[in-house]
Design a protein around this ligand. Structure first.
Ligand SMILES: [Cu+2]
Length: 121
């Protein structure tokens, strides 16, 4: 019966919709995005964990003045202007604990601004 066709299409859509909706959020397709907020004189969060070999996007946001975040051992450095947002992509290739420091002088507590990065297998 021709008038049944829309009903069949409706049920076909119900079967297909879950498959379509799952694909865009598949974890392996997107890099791991980590947001870090910098404000005088700390980073939030102050400790992050990533996997070796997994692409990471660090999103650095400033809540006040210009800041930076540099992991010297990983050759990663990102600078952000006052109130702005900046990002840097990298893929850690070695496991261990790494300390990132603020790389833009921002005042008296600048030297104590650190992020602890754990790279695990
Ligand atoms: Cu600083």
């Amino acid at each position: 019966m021709p008038e049944r066709l829309p009903l069949k299409m409706f049920f076909a859509f119900l079967l297909i919709a879950p498959v379509l909706s799952v694909r865009p959020v598949h974890a392996a397709d997107a890099p791991h995005r980590i947001e870090i907020t910098a404000r005088r004189f700390a980073f939030d969060p102050g400790e992050i964990t990533v996997k070796r070999g997994e692409p990471v996007v660090l999103v650095l946001k400033s809540a006040d003045v210009a800041h930076g975040l540099r992991f010297r051992d990983l050759d990663v450095d990102v600078k952000v202007g006052a109130g702005g947002t900046a990002e840097v992509s990298f893929t850690p290739q070695k496991t261990g604990d790494f300390i990132g420091h603020c790389s833009v002088f921002c005042g008296s507590g600048h030297g104590s601004m650190t992020v602890k990065l754990h790279v695990v297998d």
